[in-house]
Design a protein around this ligand. Structure first.
Ligand code: HPA
Ligand code: ZN
Length: 327
């Protein structure tokens, strides 16, 4: 099925093999001495458990070539899964904090996106995330860097530790980003309460909610999300790995679809959570017994909820409908 991926952290595609190889190439010390010991650490009780490992992992990324290698490996892999468009998060503060320049990160990533467009016809957008555990002031510094490279960065997002770092902490920087022409999204309702989802909409002006699972606890909020057609980028294997839901058989995705929400399936940090986009579709289909119509809705939603320009979106939807007609 042709599809778009809308919730994918490029640093979360760092496979243990590449982590070890880059550590060697760049002479970076890791607390792991083998691929197996990295994999053995992939047992998470919460979002924070994962983030601790995620920030250690990205410490091997130092040079433009490293960011290129990371991103191109992801793009090549999902092109083979018929992902025709990808909207990709990156966390510049995870790198600039370590002394890697913003331009090193961005140039390596855009090199890979350009090559994927040439070689696979894959389109993409970059979404720059602010790390919400850091002060808003540092997000402003990061936004200033992005303003020098607007042609490469379409949207801004908000990720990292959700609890204790509500959307209200970032109102000013999101307002300035909007003035600068960036579209906004935010992680909300992954671990945080439904109020964080509402605040992301009302205070940050986001066009999509990343995750949004806990919105299901608030019927009025669900009704609003349906009415306003706010897409949710849901990540089943991530939710299972981070214990956001006890088991995929009780995952809210089917209820979200039934409620009429514009939900999409995504992989979040596939190297850490046990599978790329197709694996997420297979796992959630099996766990919830999704039927063909539900799967097709998820695929169609991925283009509908994308930030493709209108004409390109219409073309992608027409191609999707033609595929579905033959399916
Ligand atoms: N949630 C919050 N922050 C993140 C995630 C996530 O799933 N992945 C990478 N940073
Ligand atoms: Zn995420």
């Amino acid at each position: 099925m042709p599809k778009a991926e809308l919730h994918l952290h490029i640093e979360g595609t760092l496979e243990p093999e590449m982590m070890m190889a880059l550590a060697k190439r760049n002479d970076v010390a890791l607390p792991y001495d083998s691929v197996d010991s990295v994999r053995a650490a992939y047992r998470f009780g919460s979002l924070q458990d994962f983030l601790d490992l995620y920030y250690i992992g990205m410490s091997v990324l130092l040079k433009r070539q490293d960011f290129f290698d990371l991103a191109f490996a992801y793009l090549e892999r999902v092109a083979a899964q018929n992902v025709t468009h990808a909207e990709i998060f990156f966390d510049p503060q995870g790198h600039t904090e370590r002394g890697v320049s913003f331009d090193t990160v961005l140039s390596g990533l855009t090199d890979a996106l350009d090559k994927a467009r040439r070689e696979f016809g894959m389109t993409s957008r970059l979404i720059m995330c602010f790390l919400r555990h850091l002060p808003e002031e540092q997000a402003f510094d990061t936004l200033a860097q992005a303003c020098r490279c607007k042609e490469h960065i379409f949207a801004i997002g908000l990720d990292s530790s959700e609890k204790g770092h509500p959307p209200s902490k970032f109102v000013r920087v999101f307002a300035e980003a909007a003035r600068q022409g960036f579209v906004a999204v935010a992680h909300a309702g992954e671990e945080g309460p439904p109020a964080y989802v509402r605040d992301a909409l009302d205070l940050l002006g986001v066009r999509r909610i990343d995750h949004g699972n806990r919105a299901m606890e608030d019927p009025a909020l669900v009704a609003r999300i349906v009415r306003e057609k706010i897409p949710l980028t849901v990540c089943p294997l991530s939710n299972q790995a981070l214990k956001a839901c006890p088991d995929l058989t009780v995952h809210p995705l089917k209820r979200m679809l039934a409620a009429g929400m514009v939900v999409t399936v995504n992989s979040d940090d596939p190297s850490y959570f046990g599978g790329y986009l197709n694996a997420n579709f297979v796992a959630i289909q099996e766990a919830l017994g999704l039927n063909r119509a539900e799967i097709a809705t998820l695929g169609r939603n991925s283009f509908l909820a994308s930030f493709l320009p209108d004409a390109d979106k219409a073309a992608a939807l027409a191609r999707f409908d033609a595929f579905q007609g033959k399916w």
